[in-house]
Design a protein around this ligand. Structure first.
Ligand code: FE2
Ligand code: FE2
Length: 230
């Protein structure tokens, strides 16, 4: 079956994000609310008065085609086809490496932003505080995965359920923080008096949200499910 905008339009946006986290970056780009109004259909969620609708549909279809390329043998390449070791390598080399680089960068930039703009934008105190908490939580989380879960999983150890439950609840906590950041910043919209740093940090936060969706999806819905035998 070909997956494109039309085949997804009647699903709820919440469902679409779960099944296709690669689309989050498009939703972020066009400020489609996929967190709170999760029960609306995709068609309703992207509905707006401008001709942007066509651009959104096109971007969704292109992104879906990229993620689900069908090579010669007709087998679609997706994350589920990777072995545990390949999946773990991908998680560590892409998502974890990305977080190690971007979290300190965003932290430094947000502190600068707070210094210059918090007088006119007091919401930045809350953005700074929530991001700080998220950064701390995620750093501990990465280490738990890399030092505890992944080696145990590769060694085929049993009894990993409790650890997985903890990690999943940390994913939920990170998701909540990212939703709050999206709301507080009005979908990372730079205010009129914003400067280059403002633009840069909001762009980086937007990318962080999109990457975290793919990251958590890969862990919760593919890797962890294998361990749980689902
Ligand atoms: Fe991870
Ligand atoms: Fe994780």
């Amino acid at each position: 079956m070909i997956i494109n905008y039309n085949s997804l339009s009647q699903k709820t946006i919440g469902q679409v994000v779960t099944e296709h986290p690669e689309l989050v970056k498009i939703f972020m780009q066009y400020e489609v609310d996929f967190c709170c109004g999760g029960d609306r259909s995709l068609e309703e969620a992207i509905n707006r008065d401008t001709d942007e609708i066509e651009a959104i549909k096109k971007a969704l279809t292109v992104t879906l085609a990229d993620a689900f390329q069908v090579p010669l043998n007709g087998r679609s390449i997706n994350l589920s086809s990777l072995s545990d070791a390949e999946l773990i390598e991908k998680i560590v080399k892409t998502h974890h490496a990305y977080l190690r680089e971007t979290l300190p960068e965003i932290s430094e930039l947000l502190f600068k932003l707070l210094n210059v703009h918090s007088e006119n934008h007091p919401e930045l105190f809350e953005v700074h505080r929530i991001f700080g908490g998220l950064k701390t939580e995620l750093e501990g989380h990465l280490i738990k995965e890399e030092k505890q879960l992944f080696p145990a999983l590769l060694a085929r150890q049993v009894g990993l359920e409790t650890l997985i439950l903890t990690l999943e609840s940390e994913h939920d906590g990170a998701g909540d923080a990212l939703h709050k950041l999206t709301e507080l910043t009005n979908h990372f919209k730079v205010p009129k008096d914003g400067c280059k740093t403002y633009e840069l940090v909001y762009e980086k936060l937007k990318n962080l949200v999109a990457d975290m969706y793919m990251h958590v999806h890969t862990e919760n819905n593919i890797l962890f499910k294998r361990v749980k035998g689902e």
